[in-house]
Write a protein that binds this ligand. Sequence first.
Ligand code: F6P
Length: 305
Amino acid sequence: MNCAIRAVFKTGVAMGMQVMGIYHGYKGLIEGRVDYLHHEDVENKMHKGGTVLRTARSSRFMTEEGIDTAISVLRAYGIEGLVVIGGDGSFRGCMALHEHGIPVIGIPGTIDNDMGYTDFTIGFDTAVNNVTNEIYKIRDTMRAHDRVGVIEVMGRNCGDIALWAGIGGAADLILVPEVPVSWEDAATRLAQNKLRGKLTSIVMIAEGAGKAEEFAEYVRQHTDVEIKATVLGYIQRGGNPSAFDRVLAARMGQRAVELLAEGKGGRAVGIRRNSIYDVALADAIATKDVFDEKLYELNELMAKF
Ligand code: F6P
């Protein structure tokens, strides 16, 4: 997020714009938490997780009154264009502002990678790297004790973090909402792994597919496999952004400002086959996220032997 904010700031300044920051997202916008950004606000922040502008969820922005207030704040500050960095909910907010005539550009920022119009969202690669590193730490103990480790990761209804980190971390089984696998089948597979001499397995479970502890309990009750559950939680979200995410954020931030300068609003910036492109916000929101079955099959193959 900080890399995207920096890119928006620098591109705007380079084009002769004055760039303001809105603190605490739509909530802050409604409450008038708006200020000019300066070089010091974005300087030496690229390596930091979180966002210098902070963030918040806003139920008020979901109401007509909230949107009207937000628009009056934008007008009061003379803001002529808005860049919003966020996921689904943020994009629906963008759409509402666009429908009220505000030039707005959406940049996809969520670790979940659940926005179908773009190959990658900002934060996903960092989360995958964070999770992959943790898998190897957990694996050490599992190997030492001949145990199975089940690791629960975030992603809401999307299994991408579990899938990518699972492949990066050589998982033996990946449970995601997009590919229903019964716990009975999953437990049987772990028991068979043990029978054929594979004493340590790593299971990734996306939060959308169930809870690690409940799965572990099921396995304990139905097999003789020794299994331990870990919920990674916020560890996967924070910290030093990956170089890929930094570059992605810089490219998207730059494009967002260029679009506003070209007089275009109501667009979302995305990446397809490593090219930055833009699409109507309505289409971005409507594009269904497609799960990468081939990647899933690849892991199944890797886990077979
Ligand atoms: O959408 C990003 C995400 O990290 C999800 O993966 C997770 O389910 C959720 O946010 C957690 O949100 P909160 O911190 O508000 O509980």
